[in-house]
Ligand binder design. Structure first.
Ligand code: SAH
Length: 246
């Protein structure tokens, strides 16, 4: 089944952009995913094709009009009924690999890209739009965020990545950062590849990788580590309860 990506944007010429090359580009040409970049301005209702207006309450910048946005979302939903609608905004829930995995397993996504000060707030409840952030940074528009989201989904589609196992060991797939990698040359500017990786002892290598994955997550991402440890404790007590229930 083709994963249908609909992007609602003031700059449709930004798509597929980087998603037209490499693995995503090949998958697009092969029909593993489809892209429809839709010009929001086509849904403007006045003769000047206005998409924005000044913020209620005053202040700098312009806000995307809810009636125009709703018409664009309705158009996309008519073509893809039941498809999740996501708006890119720094006020949204941080995007996670778990959510990406869910989206990639579904029929596709409709992605709303903001510009200027962003969206009229009423669009989110009015059309069941999920607000998504790609990090605690502010971009000039939602298009780069949409490209990130789509790239993350597309690489998980069946057949897009070469070896299926290469997706499973990545960072976040088990709640941890991935272990570090090395390749030839064995020595570079006096720095060598860790001995164990050259030992050929697969059990030892697996153990080293697991430890580095845990150590690096603990020191670099205490937030991820805490969640990982919490989930382990929870699943252990869940298993205990099952035993007691028997
Ligand atoms: N006034 C807004 C920022 C608007 S930036 C605020 O302070 O919250 C313009 C557009 O860029 C947004 O509407 C959104 O679509 C996109 N954008 C900026 N930062 C983003 C982020 N971290 N994640 C997702 N989209 C982002």
């Amino acid at each position: 089944m083709t994963f249908a990506a609909t992007v609602l944007t003031l700059y449709p010429e930004m798509f597929p952009g980087p998603l037209g090359v490499s693995l995503a580009g090949r998958a697009l040409r092969e029909g593993t995913w489809a892209l429809d970049a839709v010009q929001i301005r086509d849904f403007a209702i006045d003769k000047h094709r206005t998409v924005d207006d000044t913020p209620a309450g005053g202040g700098a910048g312009m806000v995307l009009r809810v009636d125009v946005l709703a018409a664009a979302v309705d158009h996309a939903l008519a073509a893809h009924p039941g498809c999740p609608v996501l708006a890119m905004t720094p006020r949204g829930k941080p995007l996670t690999q778990d959510r990406v995995r869910e989206l990639a397993a579904g029929p596709g996504v409709i992605v709303l890209c903001g510009r200027f000060e962003g969206f009229d707030e009423r669009i989110f409840a009015g059309r069941q739009v999920e607000e998504v952030s790609v990090g605690d940074i502010v971009l000039s528009g939602g298009e780069c965020a949409a490209l990130m989201l789509l790239d993350a989904c597309i690489r998980l589609l069946p057949g897009v990545m070469g070896a299926p196992s290469s997706g499973q060991e990545e960072s976040f797939e088990n709640g941890l950062l991935e272990y570090p990698h090395y390749t030839r040359p064995v020595e570079w500017e006096g720095r060598t590849i860790p001995e164990v990786l050259r030992s050929g002892d697969h059990a030892k290598i697996a153990e080293w990788r697991k430890r580095r994955s845990e150590d690096d997550t603990r020191s670099r991402r205490p937030d991820l580590w805490e969640r990982h440890v919490g989930a382990r404790v929870q699943s252990a007590s869940g298993a205990q309860r099952e035993v007691q229930d028997d």
